[in-house]
Design a protein. Structure first.
Length: 471
């Protein structure tokens, strides 16, 4: 498939039109998405109208936006004015966005085409895209396997060639893990680099919008297209200066976590790949060091306490009275219970209960406060690592894609899919996943994760681009 940067160039040079590019994607979606189910809704009418307006602008000799020719998909938790948004939940079915999220507004201002909203785990809670209330998305490489989650629809759309770039949200690995499962590139930017305005919140201190693409060049384009300061988001970073410039692989200081190749649950083929990394990285001129990451073992339990606590608070607004599902009931309490009972799926209810319990009187100190302390310890430990190393490399997920239905009844096993990605969100730093290696029995892709300090987002894209060509 042609890259977004190539399509943009072709439009500028008059070799094609935006309408033709959109039509090609729409035809492919109609032919192939019935089996994959990457999209909950395709914005055929608005995409065609948008494309025609851009082509008219060009025909009249006016300068198009910098993204004219690029086609995007958005996760179903990003508001797009006049279009339905459900977060893949029954409780929001039929709700129409009344304004644009910051990221969507930036795409539209630059003449990017938004072709549809992608499936996801309900309210971004899941690691397989099986928790959606409306559909189960299949991995485009093997339709019997999951695409990962919670941004599984976005990953599948990119891999299947239904768009150039898709956006997901990453709370604990929800961009990087599906990118790994689908064999594409996926990035979680530094917290605050991309505004969360208009992103339906799961865990506000952890959520971050990021791009997914088939190449590092398109990943960089997708990141630059939506980054920037937003006064409507109090956590948005004012400074956009990169923290350090990338100078090539030679001499790049790379940290590997001791004992990671022997991590419990790591697939044998992936463990072999991890064991070979030190020698391979040294052979291309990088400086390799092994580090102790003492707080790594606390990341998963601390994350699920903190994320669930924030979710229990954020999702309290969905009661059926202001928007979304509304059921008839004899009294106020019955209405709350009926609306939320019918509107939320099992995984969302599980996390609301866990979060409410963690925040309740008598348990706050025992659970929530300890989890916050673990988070602070993790941040400090990672800061120490990055005073010595430029990047950390880990596997993105402990396995390649697993079968549909394999882990849906075993939440703890599902949660372990994010064991390597969670520390990044806890520390608010940046990371990405790129395809590297395959599972021998079926050829399904693995991903390597590159992690770096805050404000080194473009640094890791450039480093990963070189590493993917050199390893």
């Amino acid at each position: 498939m042609e890259k977004a940067i190539e399509s943009i160039k072709a439009v500028k040079e008059g070799k094609t039109t935006v309408s033709k590019i959109v039509e090609n994607f729409l035809d492919k979606i109609k032919k192939e998405d019935g089996q994959i189910k990457a999209f909950l809704e395709v914005f055929e009418e608005s995409a065609k109208k948008q494309a025609a307006e851009i082509d008219k602008k060009i025909a009249e000799g006016r300068e198009p936006g910098s993204l004219a020719g690029a086609v995007f998909a958005i996760k179903d938790n990003m508001l797009y004015e006049g279009h339905e948004i459900t977060c893949a939940s029954k409780i929001l079915k039929g709700h129409i966005s009344s304004y644009n999220s910051y990221a969507v507004q930036k795409l539209l201002q630059q003449d990017g085409i938004i072709i549809g909203r992608t499936n996801m785990d309900e309210f971004a809670m899941g690691s397989s895209c099986e928790n959606s209330a409306f559909a189960k998305t299949a991995n485009p490489i093997n339709h019997n396997l999951v695409p990962g989650g919670s941004s599984g629809g976005s990953a599948a759309a990119v891999k299947a060639g239904f768009c150039h770039i898709a956006y997901g949200s990453d709370t604990g690995g929800s961009i990087r893990q599906p990118a790994s499962f689908c064999g594409i590139w996926g990035m979680k930017p530094t917290y605050g680099r991309v505004s969360r305005y208009g992103l339906v919140a799961f865990a506000s201190s952890l959520d971050q919008i990021g791009p997914m693409a088939n190449s590092p060049e398109d990943l960089l384009l997708g990141y630059k297209a939506v980054k920037g300061f937003d006064e409507k988001d109090s956590t948005s970073l004012r400074t956009q200066d990169e923290n350090g410039s990338y100078k090539g692989l030679k001499g790049l200081k790379i940290a590997l976590i001791k004992g990671l190749a022997g991590q419990e649950g790591l697939e044998k083929d992936l463990a072999e790949i991890a064991a070979q990394l030190p020698q391979k990285l040294s052979s291309i001129g990088a400086q390799v060091m092994e580090i102790d990451f003492k707080s790594f073992k606390y990341a998963l339990p601390a994350y699920y306490i903190l994320a669930s606590s924030e979710a229990s608070s954020n999702l309290a607004r969905f009661d059926g009275f202001r928007y979304g599902l509304s059921s008839d009931a004899p009294d106020l309490m019955s209405a709350y219970m009926k609306n939320r009972g019918a509107g939320f799926g099992p995984e969302v209810k599980r996390r609301i209960l866990l979060g409410t319990h963690s925040l309740s009187s008598g348990y706050y100190d025992a659970y929530y406060l300890k989890a916050q302390n673990a988070r602070d310890f993790m941040k400090k430990e990672l800061e120490e690592v990055f005073s010595m190393a430029d990047i950390i490399i880990t596997p993105t997920a402990p396995t390649a894609a697993f079968a549909l239905g394999e882990k849906i009844s075993d939440p703890l096993s599902m949660y372990l899919s994010d064991i390597f990605t969670i520390p990044v969100n806890m520390a608010g730093i940046c990371a990405l996943s790129f395809p590297y290696g395959q599972r021998k029995k079926d050829g399904m892709p693995y991903g390597l994760q590159i992690i770096s300090a805050r404000m080194k987002d473009e640094f890791i894209i450039k480093a990963a681009g070189d590493l993917s060509c050199s390893l």
